[in-house]
Write a protein that binds this ligand. Structure first.
Ligand code: ADP
Length: 221
């Protein structure tokens, strides 16, 4: 049975970048609710139109909608057997408990929190750009820069404006505390320091996962 992981952390903690690398190295599926929602919005689907206001304002999409989207992606037996990495879900205690109710007691082997202080993430978010093609993050230091992953155009994320950044961070601090305590009480939580060079953070993340899930060591490429 492949690893099933939850990754948590403040906005701008480097979650997206670390999740993409970790999922790739472990050969498991990367499921980002934020990316799924942004693609629905860009495609102008019924779901996209229903949620775009929440996302633009930095508010949480209602739990029932989030759970439908996650169940549609992970509900099958194959998804559980093949393993997955949940990025951006759960982010409330209710979502965390619902995940285990819907997918069962083995819904996750480990919850990894990437810890970065609020003043550091505010600075990162204020200078963040993302690739329009592959969602990779970059900084806005060079206005003509292209994505280092795929050469795509970089732009500011529509919810990386000061009001939405402040709202998302305050919601995280409000909601994540109870979720983290609960995950800890289930024996699932491991916290990794997310400050520093992304390669060093990646090494810490890999160490934490391999220590907690021995069979992961054999999968690391
Ligand atoms: P961030 O964590 O930086 O806000 P994400 O890409 O994870 O970025 O999410 C973008 C937006 O999508 C969130 O601000 C929220 O509106 C919505 N969203 C994503 N995941 C969830 C979730 N689990 N519950 C509720 N809303 C969510």
């Amino acid at each position: 049975m492949a690893a099933r992981l939850i990754v948590l952390g403040r906005q701008g903690a480097g979650k997206g970048t670390q999740c993409a690398r970790l999922a790739d190295r472990l050969g498991i599926r990367h499921v980002s609710t934020g990316d799924l929602f942004r693609h629905e919005i860009t495609a102008g689907t019924t779901l996209g139109r229903a949620i775009e206001r929440y996302v633009a304002n930095g508010e949480l999409v209602p739990d029932a909608v989030v759970l439908d989207v996650v169940s549609a992606n992970l509900g099958g037996a194959d998804a559980r057997r093949e393993g997955y990495l949940l990025d951006g879900f759960p982010r409330t205690l209710a979502q965390g408990q619902a995940l285990f109710e819907v997918l069962g007691a083995d819904a996750a082997d480990l919850a990894l929190e990437i810890d970065v202080p609020v003043e550091v993430v505010v600075d990162r978010l204020s200078h963040r750009k993302v690739c329009v093609d592959c969602d990779a993050s970059a900084t806005d230091a060079d206005p003509l820069a292209r994505c280092v992953e795929c050469g795509g155009r970089l732009q500011r994320r529509s919810d990386d404006h000061p009001e939405a950044i402040a709202r998302r961070l305050s919601l995280y601090d409000e909601q994540a505390g109870a979720l983290l305590l609960w995950l800890d009480s289930q024996g699932l939580l491991v916290t990794v320091d997310g400050v520093g060079d992304p390669d060093d953070v990646h090494d810490r993340v890999i160490d934490a996962v391999a220590t907690r899930i021995p069979e992961v060591r054999t999968r690391i490429r």
